[in-house]
Design a protein around this ligand. Structure first.
Ligand SMILES: Cc1cc2nc3c(=O)[nH]c(=O)nc-3n(C[C@H](O)[C@H](O)[C@H](O)COP(=O)(O)O)c2cc1C
Length: 192
């Protein structure tokens, strides 16, 4: 990637709930990345209302999302913890990435992946973050050293306007943006 070209970062996740906290967290990471010069795209809320993934039968909305991911230099995955793990809505969107297996880059090979989880308690938040990191690995990506788990049952994480209220969360968001953008691209190793 030439230094003249902005880094492209795509985030996928959230819920269809108005004022989804997961979406707010993804927006915060993307805003921090944009401040650092990245070009950012978010797929959240209604963007995730894709039909259940069927190999080879992706609709126009799904193809649009996949084209953005294929061109991305880094990806951020975000999910609420539903019954202790990644929500079906987010998992279905991630299942669509199967279409990238035979693409110009196999899945998310060699790029950094930020993982963000929210839940109404630490147990599901941390478990969901762990599952997102497993998904990132299985897609051949590199989870950033810092993942973000947010307990929405705790004191105000976000302000009314959606901005980050809790200073430690702001720090995590900035560190994740730094890690996504300083990672660089690791060339895929050709099989011998
Ligand atoms: C179907 C469903 C299942 C949930 N399961 C859990 C859970 O197991 N543990 C937990 O701490 N919170 C659980 N929650 C709460 C959500 O994880 C939490 O409110 C989250 O921040 C919602 O994300 P959102 O604001 O992006 O929609 C659940 C919520 C729903 C709707």
């Amino acid at each position: 990637m030439s230094s003249a070209q902005p880094m492209k970062i795509v985030a996928i996740g959230g819920s269809v709930r108005p004022r989804s906290s997961t979406e707010l967290a993804l927006r915060a990471v993307l805003a921090a990345a944009a401040e650092r010069g990245a070009e950012t795209t978010l797929f959240s809320g209604p963007d995730l209302l894709l039909p259940p993934y069927e190999p080879g039968a992706v609709d126009a909305r799904g193809r649009h999302m996949l084209a953005a991911i294929e061109a991305a230099d880094a990806v951020v995955l975000g999910s609420p913890g539903y019954h202790g793990t990644v929500s079906g809505l987010v998992k279905n969107a991630i299942d669509h990435l199967e279409e990238l297996r035979g693409g110009s880059r196999c899945y998310l090979d060699g790029i950094p992946i930020g993982c963000v989880a929210t839940a109404y308690g630490w147990q599901a938040a941390v478990n969901t973050l762990g599952t997102l990191r497993v998904l990132a690995h299985s897609l051949r990506g590199w989870p950033t050293p810092l993942g973000i788990a947010l307990n929405m049952a705790g004191p105000g994480v976000f302000a009314e306007d959606g901005s980050v209220l809790e200073p430690s969360v702001g720090d995590s968001v900035r560190i994740m943006a730094d890690q996504l953008m300083s990672f660089g691209r690791i060339p895929a190793v050709a099989p011998s």
